[in-house]
Write a protein that binds this ligand. Structure first.
Ligand SMILES: [Zn+2]
Length: 482
């Protein structure tokens, strides 16, 4: 980072810049560095996931010393937005991490869990020696995760709070953040950062319109600079079929006497899957099957969802606005490892919802390893599958899959339902952009794979005639705002 100091020791205020340290040209690793004079705020602090060359970036040092950051702002609790926090704290960051109260609650689940998986993977790799690293080390530990949680500073929606106080000597203005509900996950937000009179809107991940469980994304308000996610920038989701494909997949698998394994993100997606299963049961469109929620984190997250129904969609009717909104007729939660192992061993027709959603780790690997070789079963993917993940390999038609140190043949049906995505598609992104009262001076596209980024860039330039730029990895752009 270039730094030039003015005569009186302050960095010049014109030095206002953004550096894209992740989710640039790819969908994971969100980290955007905002430099205001000599002060630094990191917006989102996510893990790179998927391809090995991406995951390798988690091990590379940041181009800045974590101790030099003044604050972190989090848009939501998905690991690709918050999962690097323990590593940042282990690297010396001691400041506050601003987020919504629900994001804090969900981080208290996902960060220790991610650390535990890191530690377990390292231990397994060392024990079974399927690593070239000697010894394999975790990226961060449960201790690091606990320290990061201690630095979280919850702030309610729609309430601007100072992140950096004004520096009178340098005539540096106050920097504040306001969280606005993004409808993407419980607690998810756009981070509206104000520097004096100017506004930078960090879009985080954008939710969808007219879906159950989560509210529509809030209107954006005016912004001078916008960072916009592009995950589905080149695609439209399947039209809403009122759960018909989901129902057919469950019925067909039940007819074959098989199990439906649903790899699911433990928070957010689980609630939508359960909402649909309950509704399809109530409408007698699927048989009443045992439904197992095999994820301690998902079970805990369900409690947070049910405690914050006021932040969720109004379509959860008053009668349904309690935990039973998500409880199917024969639902069992499996929190103990022993229950999970019994469930893996059982061939009883059933529906098993387990994490992780892209089959990158967690209990679902054991379920997949046990069920994929049998054509009676179905693996049903209900979310975005990043390049390089097992979920992507399976949905791309892989005939074998490496997991748990062995090669598993794939004979089960593999299905994907995209309509349950929590990300806005291209049409929904354009609908949300139409809510800006005036065009931002610049829109930076982040959080997408190259074809999606480019398609959205062309669409915004052609349809809206807005200045738009696809962010490059580690690219630094000056913000000409003051
Ligand atoms: Zn997300």
């Amino acid at each position: 980072m270039s730094e030039s100091r003015s005569d009186h020791g302050c960095l010049q205020l014109s030095q206002l810049s953004l550096t894209f340290l992740g989710a640039a040209g790819t969908v994971t690793g969100s980290k955007h560095l905002l430099q205001v004079g000599d002060r630094r705020v990191l917006v989102d602090c996510g893990l790179f996931q998927g391809l090995k060359e991406l995951r390798q970036r988690n091990w590379e040092p940041l181009p800045i010393d974590p101790a030099s950051l003044d604050a972190v702002v989090l848009t939501h609790a998905h690991l690709d937005h918050c999962g690097y926090l323990p590593r940042l704290v282990a690297g010396g960051f001691r400041g506050r991490i601003f987020c919504t109260p629900a994001t804090k609650e969900l981080c208290s689940l996902v960060l220790p869990d991610a650390a535990k998986i890191q530690e377990e993977d390292a231990r397994t790799a060392n024990r079974e020696r399927f690593t070239k690293h000697d010894p394999a080390l975790p990226l961060f530990t449960q201790n690091d995760a606990a320290r990061a949680l201690g630095q979280l500073q919850p702030v309610g929606y729609d309430r601007p709070v100072p992140v950096l106080s004004p520096n009178v000597r340098c005539q540096a203005p106050e920097v504040s953040v306001e969280f606005v509900n993004a409808g993407h996950l419980l607690g998810s937000a756009f981070a509206r950062i104000r520097i004096g009179e100017r506004t930078i809107l960090f879009g985080g991940d954008l939710g969808r319109f007219g879906r159950p469980v989560l509210p529509d994304p809030s209107p954006p308000g005016a912004a001078d600079i916008l960072l916009l996610e592009s995950t589905y920038g080149d695609r439209l989701h399947e039209p809403d079929d009122n759960g018909e494909r989901f129902a057919r997949i469950v019925r067909d698998t039940a007819d074959r006497g098989g199990k439906v394994i649903i790899p699911s993100f433990a928070i957010g997606r689980v609630e939508e899957v359960l909402y649909w299963l309950k509704r399809l049961e109530d409408e007698q469109r699927i048989p009443i099957l045992p439904v197992f929620l095999d994820s301690p984190m998902a079970i805990a997250a369900l409690q947070f969802y049910s405690a914050r129904l006021h932040e969720l969609d109004a379509d959860l009717t008053p009668a349904a606005r309690d935990v039973s909104a998500f409880a199917t007729r024969r639902m069992t939660v499996a929190s103990a490892a022993r229950q999970s192992a019994d469930l893996v061993a059982s061939s009883q027709p059933s529906i098993v919802i387990s994490a992780s959603g892209m089959a990158t780790g967690g209990r679902v690997l054991h379920h997949l390893a046990a069920t994929l070789p049998n054509p009676r079963n179905t693996a049903l993917f209900v979310g975005f599958q990043a390049v390089g993940t097992r979920g992507r390999q399976l949905t791309d038609g892989a005939k074998t899959l490496k997991m748990l140190g062995r090669t598993v043949p794939v004979a089960a049906r593999v299905e994907r339902i995209d309509s349950m995505s929590a990300h806005a598609d291209a049409g929904e992104i354009m609908r949300w952009l139409a809510g800006f009262p005036r065009p931002p001076r610049m829109t930076y596209l982040v959080h997408g794979e190259p074809t999606a980024l480019d398609a959205l860039r062309v669409r915004i330039a052609d349809d809206l005639h807005w200045p738009v730029h696809v962010a490059g990895y580690r690219e630094q752009v000056p913000l000409d705002l003051l």
